[in-house]
Design a protein around this ligand. Structure first.
Ligand code: C5P
Length: 212
């Protein structure tokens, strides 16, 4: 399970980050553990307490998050809810950058896509890979192609148009998308989204076991 933002240092005192609170990812990790899954949570810096019964790895950057995820494999399930910074500073400054002139240019380098890396076909791919897609408009039409592009099995299109209600808040509105289509879940607490998702994961593995 990944959760929270990542922080990418600009210099020793500044960083690039985002408003992710980690509430949704931490709630899913907690629900997974309650359902009996042996759960590792790889999280960026958040205000959330470590969930009970979960092995927690604290990281700051996207590269550290990817490494921690790789060392947590093999896994049956990967759920990526972290709001990973798409960019990091190409050359971070050793000393605090001084205010000179009216503008400052930062050169950025693309970060690795953790979800895409974990979902790549091949030996060691978790059997069920789940991603999130936070969008402010046309959630379903933007989230659906991401599921294909990132090769994940399920994606939860996450409506963040409510602004602070979702980023940092306790409520969430998601569209659950898999190969069979899309289900739009009503707005509910992040804890309930976690419970609904984990129930669905449990049902999925149950039906796989019954087919054997
Ligand atoms: O492309 P976008 O950032 O909208 O994709 C969101 C999904 O991809 C989330 O599940 C997020 O955790 C994951 N992601 C990632 N690594 C990145 C960017 C996004 O794991 N560098």
């Amino acid at each position: 399970m990944t959760s929270g933002p990542t922080q990418e240092a600009i210099d020793p005192v500044r960083y690039i980050a985002n408003r992710s609170s980690g509430k949704q990812g931490h709630a899913i990790a907690s629900a997974l553990a309650k359902f009996g899954a042996d759960t590792t949570l790889v999280t960026g810096p958040t205000q959330e307490p470590d969930p009970t019964g979960v092995n927690v790895i604290h990281v700051e950057t996207a590269e550290q998050m990817l490494e921690a995820c790789k060392t947590s494999l093999p896994a049956d399930i990967a759920v990526c809810a972290a709001a990973v910074s798409d960019w990091r500073i190409r050359k971070k400054s050793k000393g605090k950058i001084k205010k000179k002139g009216d503008t400052l240019s930062l050169s950025l380098k693309k970060n690795p896509d953790i979800l895409k890396t974990l979902a790549k076909k091949g030996n060691g791919r978790p059997r069920l890979v789940i991603g999130f897609a936070a969008e402010t408009s046309d959630v379903i039409s933007k989230a659906s192609p991401k599921r294909i592009e990132k090769n994940c099995d399920w994606i939860l299109g996450n409506d963040v148009s409510m602004g602070s209600n979702t980023f940092g808040g306790n409520q969430n509105r998601v569209h659950f998308i898999n190969n069979d289509g899309t289900e739009s879940w009503p707005e509910m607490s992040k804890k309930n989204v976690a419970y609904e998702l984990v129930k669905r994961i449990a049902d999925h593995f149950q039906s796989l076991a019954e087919k054997k």
